[in-house]
Write a protein that binds this ligand. Sequence first.
Ligand SMILES: CCCCC/C=C\CCC/C=C/CC(=O)SCCNC(=O)CCNC(=O)[C@H](O)C(C)(C)COP(=O)(O)OP(=O)(O)OC[C@H]1O[C@@H](n2cnc3c(N)ncnc32)[C@H](O)[C@@H]1OP(=O)(O)O
Length: 281
Amino acid sequence: MMRSKVLSLVARAASNRMMSTATKLTTVEVNDKTGIATLTMNRPPVNGLNLELLQDLKSSIDEVEGNKSRGLILTSSSSTIFSAGLDILEMYKPDKDRIRAFWTQLQETWLALYGSSVPTAAAINGHSPAGGCLLATSCEYRVMVPNFTIGLNETQLGIVAPKWFMASFLSVLPQREAERALNQGRMFTTEEALKVGLIDETANSKEEAIEKCVAFIGTFAKVNPLARSLTKQQFRAADLQQLQNERQQDLEKFLFFVNQPAVQKGLGIYLEGLKKKAKKQ
Ligand SMILES: CCCCC/C=C\CCC/C=C/CC(=O)SCCNC(=O)CCNC(=O)[C@H](O)C(C)(C)COP(=O)(O)OP(=O)(O)OC[C@H]1O[C@@H](n2cnc3c(N)ncnc32)[C@H](O)[C@@H]1OP(=O)(O)O
């Protein structure tokens, strides 16, 4: 390794504190200079959101809330995928108890991210369908690298995005645009997403995306943190409260829907298609 690279790694290690360890499917790294935490998803190959990744995401968000970070940047360790969304294997021919725990954890993780008291931004360094888009739109700001896609494609899989997925989407897009995209199950390219307002900026690399997220979080430097976070909470309170009030019904609705033979058949065909495509590559 070149000496300069070694030195830069040493310098980086000195100015960043690794808060979570490698045994987890997420890591949290706090930059000592900026005080901003970078939360990285690391579940190869596609950051499919299974029960364990959702648990780790939730505990990492809690960790950032608790360690007085100035902001949270969500990103991925993959060079081409932010997150492929929910792990379809959790929903296809599911285990009765595990699928309950899985959906309950997804609800909790969304409540924690969408309701986070710290400023949040997503550095979208790869494809971001469905649950991936849910995570990105739960943040306050999005910067995306070109040549990838983002969107809520649920209808393409024969499934329906629940109300709280729509709430995140609607916090970013105007109703008319959101409704049409959801009905179509539309995936937007980076350029299309920028045009429609689904993302805020583009960046040529993950590093640049993170820098732009840091700059966004920096815009709050002179704003009273309590006033900022209470203002954010007020904007989001109705969406958060709606899921809080309906958590049990939402779970039962999901279980009923996902266990329908037609939905299971559709998920099986979709999975098969993904596997065939992967084999061809
Ligand atoms: C009325 C009230 C209703 C109440 C509620 C009802 C319903 C519930 C709604 C549930 C909501 C669900 C939201 C979701 O998130 S569903 C998941 C949607 N995700 C996708 O459609 C993404 C599918 N994947 C892709 O498009 C691509 O994989 C990619 C992300 C673009 C990456 O492409 P590439 O790099 O080429 O990688 P491969 O395609 O080769 O994949 C590698 C490997 O990973 C497997 N895989 C990919 N995505 C998933 C996934 N989401 N879950 C599980 N597995 C996945 C893929 O099969 C390959 O596996 P093998 O290597 O084993 O072949």
